[in-house]
Design a binder for this molecule. Structure first.
Ligand code: C5P
Length: 287
């Protein structure tokens, strides 16, 4: 039996802007995404014979069938590549918080696609793999590519950017979860007061200027939070900034918050301090 181990990295949004609602129900976005070192581990075991995609998950209580994006990714891959013996075992060791805005499900799906590409179709072009990923979820193409990228359209149109300067990233997820479709449902694009400066952040990335990147962080979903959600999220952001973060914002459709630190000791102390009030707190680096 052939098997592969892969790391599936979480993402943060350095920016997230919503441009318009589309006739197909999705929204056109413009956002700068960044892979970080917080990751799940995925084991893929190519089998023969039983025609089954089997998924097991360790570390969190998650579905093991078609509702799991990793399962859906395998099914779409076998269908797209016309592989008749769709038999594979997928084991997910989960560490990335779910319903957090960190692409936890999408990155597992992306790792499955990368793994199946290696095992079954090493010649398959990256664009084709990203297209299979886009049918699984809007964030999957970015998770396949990784690094630092501008994502447009539904999130699937990618332009790789200059890498983020090295820093320490504290991540804290409040206990409540936010559903992505529900949060999009709260958005009235014409009512958004402020939009992130995507050109400014690209220039700061190009210059390798961490303080410049931190100064340009922005996420329009923060304008769609209910008062009790906003209170907790802003409390985490303030705590990170008091601990020495250059800036802190919510990632994706939330509710996880991240702060960027130039100083490792400040980041470690802040993580310890946050752990006295919140359970899901992590220290990561950009990839
Ligand atoms: O593509 P994905 O399945 O991850 O999207 C989940 C949901 O988020 C969609 O059904 C849609 O309601 C919303 N969404 C959106 N615009 C996007 C991405 C997602 O409205 N660009």
């Amino acid at each position: 039996m052939r098997e592969l181990m892969l790391e599936a990295s979480a993402k943060i949004n350095l920016t997230l802007d919503i441009l318009r609602k589309r006739p197909d129900g999705y929204h056109d976005l413009r956002m700068v995404m960044q892979s970080i070192s917080l990751c799940d581990t995925i084991k893929i075991m190519a089998k023969t014979g039983d025609g089954k995609i089997s998924v097991s998950v360790q570390g969190m209580d998650l579905p093991d069938g078609p509702e799991n994006l990793a399962w859906k990714a395998a099914k779409n891959f076998f269908d797209a590549e016309k592989i008749s013996d769709a038999s594979v075992g997928i084991h997910i060791e989960k560490r990335i918080p779910v319903r957090a805005g960190m692409a936890g499900g999408s990155t597992d799906a992306a790792a499955v696609l990368r793994g199946l590409q290696v095992l079954y179709c090493p010649e398959m072009p990256e664009e084709r793999l990203e297209a299979v990923g886009a049918a699984v979820g809007s964030d999957v193409p970015f998770c396949i590519r990784g690094g630092t990228a501008l994502a447009e359209g539904r999130g699937e149109r990618l332009t790789s950017l200059d890498p983020m300067p090295h820093c320490w990233i504290a991540v804290c997820k409040p206990e409540f979860g936010l559903s992505t479709p529900a949060l999009f449902g709260r958005i009235r694009v014409w009512e958004l007061q402020k939009h992130p400066d995507n050109e400014g952040i690209r220039a700061a990335l190009h210059a390798g200027n961490l303080a410049g990147v931190a100064g340009k962080l922005g996420n329009v979903f923060e304008q769609a939070l209910l008062p009790e959600e906003r209170r907790e999220i802003f409390a985490i952001e303030k705590a990170m900034c008091r601990g020495g973060a250059l800036n802190a914002i919510m990632t994706g459709s939330g509710p996880a918050v991240f702060g960027l630190f130039s100083d490792r000791a400040d980041a470690e102390k802040t993580v310890e301090m946050l752990r006295t009030s919140w359970n899901q707190v992590y220290l990561a680096e950009p990839l």
